[in-house]
Design a protein around this ligand. Sequence first.
Ligand code: CA
Length: 224
Amino acid sequence: MSKQSIGLNKQLYHYLVSVSLRDQDVLHRLREETAKQKSAVMQIAPDQGQFMAMLIKLLGARRTLEVGVFTGYSSLCVALALPDDGQIIACDVNEEWTNIACRYWQDAGVAHKIDLRLAPAMDTLAKLVREGEHNRFDFAFIDADKTNYNGYYELCLQLIRPGGLIAIDNVLWGGAVAKRFQWDVETKAIRALNAKIHADQRVDISLIPVGDGLMLARKRGLGI
Ligand code: CA
């Protein structure tokens, strides 16, 4: 048996999806529509969406944060997994993309769970902190501009309750993080955050090689 994660070639990935993805028509249609967008690569993989829905249910999450909505696939997965009185505060600045998201949230009957804030996410999160929303959220998904990842992480860590979870996307950055001569600002930002979280005693961690790498950081505190 291998001591490291199995590499997934196309054939094996298709097998994984074929035996584990429980697709829904609305999710399938949103993936199809997003695939036509110029920035389609920004959409998370369907198996990652299903994994995040599983996390929401395991956590018993009711209130969540999303930093970076794009066309709404991850928020749709999370919203479908939340109870009917659940809430996502979803942050993005792009009206064109989030208009697509809103259509699908409506279509899936989950729009009432999603509070879209069209403003820089740093401002929205800082405002929530100022409003005294510390420790009031169960889950946060960070998937936006990589150079601000550290700021998003610090603000989400204040807003998440002890035992709550922060999931950070693209932490393997297409493999660039492990390349010696890759020093662009985004790669540097992701590398620095990965190293910081590795040593961060405020959280329990696990880096899952799903999609482009998903860092899970569970907030410690109150003896848990
Ligand atoms: Ca992403």
